[in-house]
Write a protein that binds this ligand. Sequence first.
Ligand code: ADP
Ligand code: MG
Length: 252
Amino acid sequence: MNVLEVKQLEKIYFGKVNYTALDAVTFDIEHGDFVGIMGPSGSGKTTLLNCISTIDTPTGGSLEVEGTNPHGLSDQGLAKFRRNKLGMVFQDFNLVDTLTIKENILLPMTLDEVPIKEMSNRLKNVTQFLGITQLLDKRTFEVSGGQAQRAAIARAIIHEPSLLLADEPTGNLDTKSVKDVMSLFTSLNNNLQTTILMVTHDPYVASFCNRIIFIKDGKFHNQIHRGNHQGDFYQRIIDTLAFLGGGRDDIQ
Ligand code: ADP
Ligand code: MG
């Protein structure tokens, strides 16, 4: 079974003038894949991710995560689905400032009433894997951007989600932290077989993916696979972005 199936997905924002942000988008993601979404600014990348994460509601088509259509669930079922099946990482980290790093990471499990012993085991494993054990008692404003993003990643993966969704996860990071976070994603994907869907405008960041799906004007445009050479893949990403148009400054 595919981890994600998106079929003819449509999102129209209704207003004085209706705007079609997603137009019949169709694609699948298998278990263990690491997929990037790219496209010019305003092409619908965030809308797509938000429909999958159920932050937003599609107006047509369907999507399934491990065979479940989250948009068909009750409110209670949906809350549980989001906490169990999905992990989410955002550009601005979305940590709670009044909590410590540890409390932030444990928050979703606290809501699910996971036994304390299991929580502390998982916390230990995840924070060792991410190299943030020494930060657990600090508050969000006492850590760097790269460290905050690692904490956000810890929070997103501690419950071993079926699908990790990331919207511009490196958008607010310095060059060194960008590399670190991408190494982490690669390691999560290779070692823990975490399935990842990531939006990025950065060709370097995208070159860590196995596959890139390009969208333009809300439509699936094409996709390319990495193969064995990251450098060659990087060049093909740049070429496709140039072909898509808008110029580099316009690609966000
Ligand atoms: P991207 O992430 O690719 O830059 P978005 O998904 O954020 O693009 O936006 C796609 C299009 O949908 C844009 O033209 C944007 O202005 C429009 N849009 C996004 N959110 C809303 C909204 N809540 N209401 C109306 N239009 C929206
Ligand atoms: Mg966006």
